[in-house]
Design a protein around this ligand. Structure first.
Ligand code: C2E
Ligand code: CA
Ligand code: CA
Length: 571
């Protein structure tokens, strides 16, 4: 314990010094009131102080009064040494702010006990302060990640806003939401989810500049304030950095996880001038980012507000759409490149909206995924597509398979197997006439579980295709682990096939490797004869695209089935 002793009389001073050192105190000694006062102003001044009352110049009582006047000073325990053993003086000393007094000539034993009491008070005080600091920490920080919480975030943002107003600066608020985090939580468990959130927080920290605040709002939502900005571009740069930082795989409990994030950005003063509005608008922009396919950022624009309500309306409308028979399936033919024959079709859902007209899937599938409505929607698609295929077969068309898209969200749901079984059973369709199209995401999210589901599906006899191949990050090698039958080369590669040597090389490699794994290769989005010829030269098996036909209603699809082969392939 450190202590300060102020005593002008050299003999008493040496005596005190000797005793206190013997009792184990670490001592700072002053020989005058002024010197003591100066030492007590130092940052790390002792908190136990023994002051002689009677000193020339500044005396003990004066120092007492001055110490107690200092606001924000950590508590200092003061023992006065008084020569006059009179009650009246003692009261005066206590009144001036002393905690205790010892009369001179003092009894060493008494001084020792009184100092010990002081030390106990100071210890208790420290404990109290630590407890209060911890409470404060807990009230303002998220216990999982240690980041500031919603409360502290609002506080910091308020401070930044005040500063930005003064300096006429720009300021941005970023709202981040992990895409499909719930899926990871549901399939790998909360422990894994927690670990992931912690790692995400760590990576996000590396994207910040000094003065920025990263906070966790709860769940998988994070916010960032960006102070000191020159232009919108600065915020966009940070958003891009955040997206990049989260792209690399996460290793969690032995799983390789890939995640992405959607980010909304709002700017002060353009999009709001208070905490609530800025956060709300960044949140709305984040939803827009999700709608636009996720893994991207979006800067708020005034019209988003309207969109947020439109979204809510869309959501409640979608709930009823299935019951009200507003969903329709269009079918796009798949054609064998060598024979020109139609080998199957892909069922693509549309929503015949009573007010908005025929909506393409990108406008409601993301909402369906977010809300869980995708499960019911996929069940409907499965049933309808199987019934339709059966109807075509009964009408005498050649046997073919119809493909149904299964979103990653539904793939993780245990009800998928039952839904497939039911659709096959109620339609009477042979299992090999149904193909399920899965994206890489469905597999990379939780490869072990995915392999299990695929094996179950495979044992039922349905065909399995990997959709949009090349757009994600899975390698063909990766597919070895899964019992899939078909790989669909993503439209983006086919588009520039004849002009971009890179894409051509990739497409070629995919075909060769897929064949070595005994997989069929389908090229998507074939629009021109040049592309078709090129694919033929690569030995690609099948193709799908506007070159043959857009997705069409069932009746039109039946017409296509009746056309001669050459007409279909256009040669
Ligand atoms: P996808 O599975 O990649 O489906 C192919 C998309 O490419 C379809 O868009 C189709 O119209 C379009 N397409 C076909 N040929 C061409 C072409 O030559 N050029 C161009 N530019 N595009 C072509 P669509 O029908 O708008 O569907 C978009 C996406 O919505 C689908 O992408 C699929 O991921 C999703 N989707 C559609 N129906 C369902 C469904 O029933 N369930 C689920 N979960 N997702 C669905
Ligand atoms: Ca598809
Ligand atoms: Ca596709």
């Amino acid at each position: 314990m450190r202590a300060l002793v102020a005593e002008d009389d050299p003999i008493s001073r040496r005596l005190l010094e000797a005793m206190l050192v013997k009792w184990g105190y670490e001592l700072i000694v002053a020989s005058s009131g002024e010197e003591a006062w100066r030492l007590l102003q130092e940052e790390d001044a002792p908190r136990l102080v023994i002051l002689d009352w009677m000193m020339p110049g500044m005396d003990g009582v004066q120092i007492c009064r001055e110490i107690r006047k200092q606001e924000g000073r950590p508590y200092t325990y003061i023992v006065l040494l008084t020569a006059k053993n009179e009650k009246q003086d003692a009261v005066e000393g206590l009144h001036a702010g002393a905690d205790d007094y010892v009369a001179k000539p003092f009894n060493p034993q008494e001084l020792k006990v009184r100092l010990r009491a002081g030390k106990r008070v100071l210890d208790l005080q420290s404990e109290l302060l630590a407890a209060r600091a911890e409470l404060q920490e807990r009230a303002t920080h998220d216990s999982l990640t240690g980041l500031p919480n919603r409360l502290l975030f609002a506080d910091r943002l308020n401070q930044c806003l005040a500063a930005a107003r003064r300096r006429k600066d720009l300021l941005a608020v970023m709202f981040l939401d992990l895409d499909r985090f719930k899926l990871i939580n549901d399939t790998l468990g909360h422990n894994a989810g927690d670990q992931l959130l912690r790692k995400v927080a760590d990576r996000l920290k590396t994207c910040l500049r000094e003065g920025d605040t990263l906070a966790r709002m709860g769940g998988d939502e994070f916010t960032i304030t960006l102070a000191d900005m020159q232009s919108e571009r600065d915020a966009v740069a940070v958003a891009q950095r955040a997206l990049d930082a989260l792209t690399d795989q996460f290793l969690i409990a032995g799983h390789e996880l890939f995640i992405s994030t959607s980010i909304g950005i709002s700017l002060f003063p353009a999009h709001g001038s208070d905490v609530e509005t800025l956060v709300k608008n960044a949140d709305a922009a984040m939803y827009r980012a999700k709608e636009q396919g996720r893994n991207c950022y979006k800067v708020f624009s005034g019209s988003l507000n309207v969109d947020a309500t439109a979204r809510v309306r869309l959501e409640s409308g979608l709930r009823k759409a299935i019951d009200k028979d507003q969903l329709v399936l269009h079918y796009q033919p798949r054609v064998d490149i060598r024979s020109g024959r139609i080998t199957g079709g892909e069922a693509l859902v549309r929503w015949q909206h009573p007010e908005l007209g025929l909506l393409p899937p990108d406008q409601f599938i993301p909402v369906a995924e977010e809300t869980g409505l995708i499960v019911g929607l996929t069940e409907w698609v499965l049933r309808t597509a199987c019934d339709q295929n059966m109807a075509w077969q009964r009408a005498g068309h050649p046997i073919m398979d119809v493909a149904v898209n299964v979103s990653a969200r539904h793939f993780q749901n245990a009800s998928l197997l039952t839904a497939v079984e039911n659709a096959l059973h109620s339609s009477g369709l042979a299992a090999e006439c149904l193909c399920l199209e899965l994206t890489e995401n469905a597999l990379t999210l939780n490869p072990e579980a995915a392999a299990g589901v695929l094996r179950d599906l495979k044992s039922m006899g349905v065909r399995l295709a990997i959709d949009d191949f090349g757009a994600g990050r899975a390698s063909l090698n990766y597919l070895k682990r899964f019992p899939v039958d078909v790989v669909k080369i993503d439209r983006s590669f086919v588009r520039d096939l004849t002009t971009d040597p890179n894409d051509a090389a990739i497409a070629g490699a995919v075909v060769a490797m897929a064949h070595s794994l005994k997989l069929k290769v389908v090229a998507e989005g074939v629009e021109t004869l040049e592309q078709l010829d090129f694919l033929r030269s690569l030995n690609c098996d099948e193709m799908q695209g506007y070159f043959v036909s857009r997705p069409v209603r069932p009746a039109a699809f039946a017409d296509l089935l009746m056309e001669p082969v050459a007409a279909v392939i256009g040669s």
